[in-house]
Design a protein around this ligand. Structure first.
Ligand code: SAH
Length: 259
């Protein structure tokens, strides 16, 4: 019986740039054994694919309902909490959790009514810094230093198992208290970052320096703060005013002509 991949499912597993379709199938199986059904694929090399179906070993419903997305923001739509799994620290200033702590964080967020993504990287390159920048925390499975990288689907299995253990240990929570303002999801955050980058150009903040480093730092800063939609509206307002003042002052940022 297919299970709907709808917004009432609090947890999703997100595979980013998966190279081998067999790993997608094994992931579906690993998830299904632990009671998880929502799989989102970001830019998979091949999907659907007979190897995925073969490795799913009957967890076909998970594959049938899997979403396929061009980028991470689309795969994280609706989520206000994303946990990235990485074999290595990458100099990203994110809280680092064990799988057990990560599962607790995920359940706590779900109990607050948030949707949570568990994000896994490409088999060879893992999660890039720019991909981890969409995450609020990082889980490292404590493997040995000189051979730290698990097979993708096996990493999914470890995390799904920890999630299941945590759920079995939890008394079903009372329905979440009505919250005031919803937290900004990945799509709203991305709109804000786009506006922020435009504004930095418009006020000529970079002055010829390459923008990439400062932009990544600012992304991390705002990502950490888990803003709600009202706070985001205020920041959009400030940026719009800064853009207006820059136009009035005739600052010639790179995109001043873009309006
Ligand atoms: N060489 C890559 C490993 C990629 S393995 C790297 O160093 O990151 C594919 C994916 O499996 C990773 O992106 C990660 O999501 C997951 N994974 C593998 N080993 C892991 C570990 N020890 N801890 C957490 N996630 C791991």
């Amino acid at each position: 019986m297919p299970m709907p991949a709808d917004a009432t499912v609090p947890f999703r597993f997100v595979l980013v740039r998966t190279a081998h379709p067999g790993n997608i199938g094994s992931t579906a199986r690993a998830m299904r054994t632990m009671g998880f059904t929502r799989l989102e694929l970001v830019a998979p090399a091949r999907f659907p694919d007979p190897q995925a179906t073969a490795m799913a070993a009957g967890a076909d419903a998970v594959l049938a309902l899997a979403g396929v997305h061009a980028d991470m923001v689309a795969g994280l739509a609706g989520c206000s909490m994303a946990i990235g799994l990485s074999a290595r620290r990458r100099g990203v200033a994110l809280p680092e959790w064990s799988p057990r702590e990560g599962a607790q964080q995920a359940l706590a967020a779900a109990a607050r009514g948030e949707q949570v993504a568990l994000v896994f990287g490409n088999e060879r390159t893992g999660l890039e810094n720019s991909e981890l920048a969409h995450c609020h925390g990082m889980v490292r499975i404590p493997s040995v230093d000189d051979f730290s990288s698990l097979n993708l689907a096996q990493a999914v299995q470890v995390m799904a198992y920890e999630m299941r253990l945590a759920m079995l240990a939890t008394v079903p929570p009372a329905p979440p208290a009505p919250v005031g303002e919803p937290l900004a999801d990945a799509v709203k955050m991305e709109q804000f970052f786009t506006h922020l980058e435009q504004t930095l150009d418009d006020i000529d903040f970079h002055k010829g320096r390459p923008p990439a480093v400062v932009v990544l730092r600012l992304r991390k800063l705002f990502q950490r703060s888990q803003m709600d939609e009202r706070e985001l509206r205020i920041l959009h307002g400030i940026l719009a005013d800064a853009q207006r003042m820059a136009r009035l002052a005739g600052v010639t940022g790179k995109r001043a002509d873009a309006g």
